[in-house]
Design a protein around this ligand. Structure first.
Ligand code: UDP
Length: 245
């Protein structure tokens, strides 16, 4: 029986299908790339597969380090099996180095290393262009209670410590990243979505001659070229590192 029949949801970069087990879903990674709230769109052959493989390896690493995630296993190269979760409608961005919207909205210079990680929380709402929230606005909108928000913040800081070291070991600087969380069938908060160069900024430390070399979606956002080459490089470095352990 083909369990990939019922499409539950189609997003910009992924399709979610029903699984025979109602507590699980199948997440298929698409080759589509979007930026600036989908104002800019393109298709890159192999992108879905690369993001799926990169995400699966990172989820496995986080699970080994006691971070609860929705990831259950790979189904094939461009789809994974995950716990069905009720997504909390916030995007949790952690920044180690200033770049992107932080520099557009403040006077901080791009590339400034932050004294301690900054967590910015945005409302997950494309129509409103994912506005930046405050703690008070989160309370006002009753999106999540303070206790769960604290849990998510602590998890994000822990994930940052783990990922910073993980990427540093493969000569990449983890500049910032975006996470999404949800409640699983047991009511537990788990990390969801994906962790890939689509939602992390990764700067190459191998070609670090004073200029920023992005190996992430900024190659598409800023028309830098070499998009698939960069994602392939990330995937290869992760595989070489894991195989050498
Ligand atoms: N990000 C994301 N989805 C979004 C917005 C941001 O995955 O809808 C990621 C982005 O790839 C980067 C980090 O979150 O790694 C911080 O992005 P920023 O707020 O600087 O926004 P941007 O410069 O992408 O507009």
């Amino acid at each position: 029986m083909n369990s990939k029949i019922d499409l539950i949801y189609e997003g910009k970069a992924k399709k979610i299908y029903a699984h025979d087990d109602l507590d699980k879903v199948i997440i298929e990674f698409k080759d589509d790339a979007t930026a600036f709230n989908a104002l800019k769109k393109a298709k890159f052959d192999g992108k879905g597969e690369l993001n799926c493989l990169i995400s699966s390896k990172i989820f496995e690493f986080l699970i080994e380090n006691d971070i609860p995630t929705h990831y259950l296993g790979l189904k094939n190269k461009n789809s994974m099996i995950a716990q069905k979760i009720k997504i909390i409608p916030i995007e949790v961005v952690l920044r180690n180095t200033a770049y992107g919207s932080l520099c557009k909205q403040t006077t901080i210079k791009p590339g400034t290393v932050l004294e301690s990680p900054l967590i910015d929380i945005y409302l997950k709402n494309d129509e409103l262009n994912d506005p930046l929230l405050t703690k008070e606005r989160i309370n006002l909108l009753k999106i999540i209670d303070n206790e769960d928000l604290e849990l998510i913040t602590d998890m994000t800081l822990k994930i940052n410590k783990l990922l910073k070291t993980f990427f540093y070991n493969i000569k990449l600087n983890l500049v910032d990243f975006k996470l999404e969380f949800g409640y699983n069938a047991n009511g537990r908060i788990v990390l969801g979505d994906e962790i890939s160069p689509d939602n992390c900024r990764l700067w190459d430390l191998k070609q670090n001659n004073g200029t920023i070399v992005s190996l992430d979606k900024d190659r598409f956002r800023n028309d830098l070229g070499g998009f698939i080459k960069a994602y392939t490089e990330i995937n290869n470095r992760i595989n070489n590192y894991i195989n050498s352990k």
